[in-house]
Design a protein around this ligand. Structure first.
Ligand SMILES: Cc1ncc(COP(=O)(O)O)c(C=O)c1O
Length: 287
């Protein structure tokens, strides 16, 4: 598990993580009324920074929370967090809550309440090449119908991840109305006859920054990419299944609900596209 590093950002300054104090009336604490982003860092450089900050902006807008910073200020915070924690391969966690009100009221506080901003950094472990690939299970998607918002209210995701862990799997792949949505903390890509397929964007899934970059990498090496609904049956019959997330890159699923996918080893399309994706990352890293 990644461990957080010493220096954090809280509201308007860098400070030791151990000294950050948040009000019990903060709406993130009371209601999960907050959004977040996780930005990967390779060789000390943030990767896919603009897509992450665009998505943060969108999540805030959808919840009518004022974005407390302009783009340049966010970049200053992210760069500072990376530098003050020693660079290398990291993940930067950013969270913005609606702020602390004077009591516990479901309705929004009056205009003028300051959003609470918190940022921290963790080390990002690179998987050993022999450990590439994971087992996954399927579960019914029990989340709400605005999963396009990257909210900290993640209870259903946590239950799904914990169930996967209990089953000895690395991820739970979620199904709603007979179709794939996404993983408990990842997007899902399938491979059919050499082409990559993901579920189209919509309120049931988070638009994945990693998947978007993987599709761009795939297109560069001549691999076709499509957005289509994926039935449970199609998922189970896929030639390859990958999960994609900022802190995990793209990982092949080798076994789904105890059944091998393909021959149970990372597939040829994954090898090709993972290499192209790796080449997009800031230099100085290995996959
Ligand atoms: C529910 C969910 N879907 C998809 C993703 C993938 O998004 P990204 O590639 O931007 O990390 C995540 C992120 O970890 C997630 O939590």
């Amino acid at each position: 598990m990644a461990s957080p590093l010493r220096t954090a950002w809280f509201n308007d300054s860098f400070m030791p993580l151990a000294e950050v104090r948040i009000s019990p009336l903060d709406r993130a604490f009371l209601f999960g009324d907050a959004v977040y982003e996780v930005i990967p860092v390779y060789a000390g450089q943030a990767f896919l920074l603009d897509p992450h900050l665009d998505r943060l902006d969108r999540s805030l807008q959808e919840l009518h929370i004022r974005n407390p910073y302009r783009r340049g200020e966010w970049i200053h915070i992210i760069t500072g967090l990376i530098e003050q924690n020693g660079g290398g391969n990291l993940s930067v966690y950013l969270q913005v809550s609606r702020g602390a009100d004077t009591g516990r009221d479901h309705g929004f506080p009056p205009d003028g309440v300051q959003p609470t901003v918190f940022g921290m950094v963790s080390t990002m472990a690179e998987p050993h090449p022999d450990q590439l690939g994971m087992r996954a299970i399927t579960l019914p998607d029990q989340r709400w119908s605005r999963c396009d918002i990257k909210s900290t209210a993640l209870l259903a995701n946590l239950l799904a991840r914990q169930a996967a862990r209990g089953a000895g799997a690395g991820e739970a792949i979620l199904l709603r109305d007979g179709h794939l949505t996404e993983g408990s903390a990842s997007s899902v890509i399938i491979v059919e006859r050499g082409a990559l397929i993901r579920r189209p964007d919509g309120p049931e899934v988070l638009p994945g920054t990693t998947t978007a970059a993987v599709f761009a990498a795939a297109a560069k090496v001549g691999v076709a990419c499509r957005d289509e609904m994926i039935s449970e049956q199609r998922l189970r019959q896929a030639d390859e299944i990958w999960i994609a997330a900022a802190t995990r890159g793209i990982t092949p699923v080798l076994e789904l609900d105890g059944r091998k996918i393909g021959d149970g080893r990372p597939g040829p399309v994954w090898r090709k596209v993972a290499a192209a994706f790796e080449a997009m990352k800031p230099h100085g890293t290995t996959h």
